[in-house]
Design a protein around this ligand. Structure first.
Ligand code: SAH
Length: 222
């Protein structure tokens, strides 16, 4: 077994299963995506560490367990259309791309969007489309989505994203009035006008910056 494959198996056992994550679809997906291909070159040795890692633009590649937890909460099936807000390294998008045929992901930093697009192409995730822009506005042309995953924390659940959920669709998003501590919530669209919100626990994400997020520089909206 190759070095990275071994580390990946250890990650599955010690970081995911050991914490009670047993969703086989999600375990399979994280067992396939080469996380080292989405990690900055100088941190490749830490690719499978049980923590987030710094990437360009002062952002992070999320901890494997958080990616697994959020992905499991989306209740994905292969034919679901998925939107991710906050492409970052492209790692979570690749995990989603292992499970679903159609994945759309938006990143506000052009350098990150370009790098992630190139990495997803190199690793063969041709079913993932990357767009540079403000993800709090969603992706109108591709809506509605069966699942939306937001990888950055905002002050509230963006109304536009709620409207781009299909009936029965799920959105997983960190929300909270603090810039460095949020609650992970799952919003389920029950009917055209009804949504059900569940609390999935405390998390710490980089800020969601955009029209329905925080203002640039991380200040509160005025
Ligand atoms: N899913 C990523 C995690 C990246 S961290 C991974 O697996 O690596 C969150 C990302 O969200 C950052 O890259 C940040 O630039 C981006 N982001 C923050 N606000 C955004 C917005 N309004 N639209 C799109 N991307 C945003």
């Amino acid at each position: 077994m190759s070095h990275f494959k071994k580390l990946r198996q250890q990650m599955i056992d010690e970081q995911l299963k050991a914490r009670g994550l047993h969703d086989q679809t999600v375990l399979n997906a994280l067992g396939k995506v080469p996380r080292e291909a989405f990690t900055p070159a100088d941190l490749i040795g830490s690719a499978y560490r049980d923590s987030p890692l710094p990437i360009e633009e002062n952002q992070t590649i999320s901890q494997p367990y958080i990616v697994a937890l959020m992905t499991a909460a989306l209740e994905l099936k292969p034919d679901h259309r998925v939107l991710e807000v906050g492409t970052g390294s492209g790692y979570a998008a690749a995990v989603l791309g292992e499970i679903c045929e159609n994945v759309y992901t938006i990143e506000r930093h052009k350098t990150l969007a370009d790098t992630a697009r190139a990495r997803l192409k190199e690793t063969g995730y041709t079913n993932v489309q990357v767009k540079h822009g403000d993800g709090t506005l969603g992706w109108v042309e591709q809506a509605p989505f069966d699942a939306i995953i937001v990888a950055a924390g905002g002050p509230e659940v963006p109304q536009t994203l709620k409207e781009q959920l299909a009936i029965g669709g799920r959105m997983v998003i960190p929300v909270g009035q603090s810039l460095n501590l949020q609650k992970l919530v799952r919003v389920r669209r029950i009917s055209k006008d009804e949504y059900k919100t569940e609390d999935l626990g405390d998390v710490r994400f980089v800020p969601l910056v955009g029209a329905a997020g925080w203002q640039e520089e991380g200040n509160e909206r005025s």
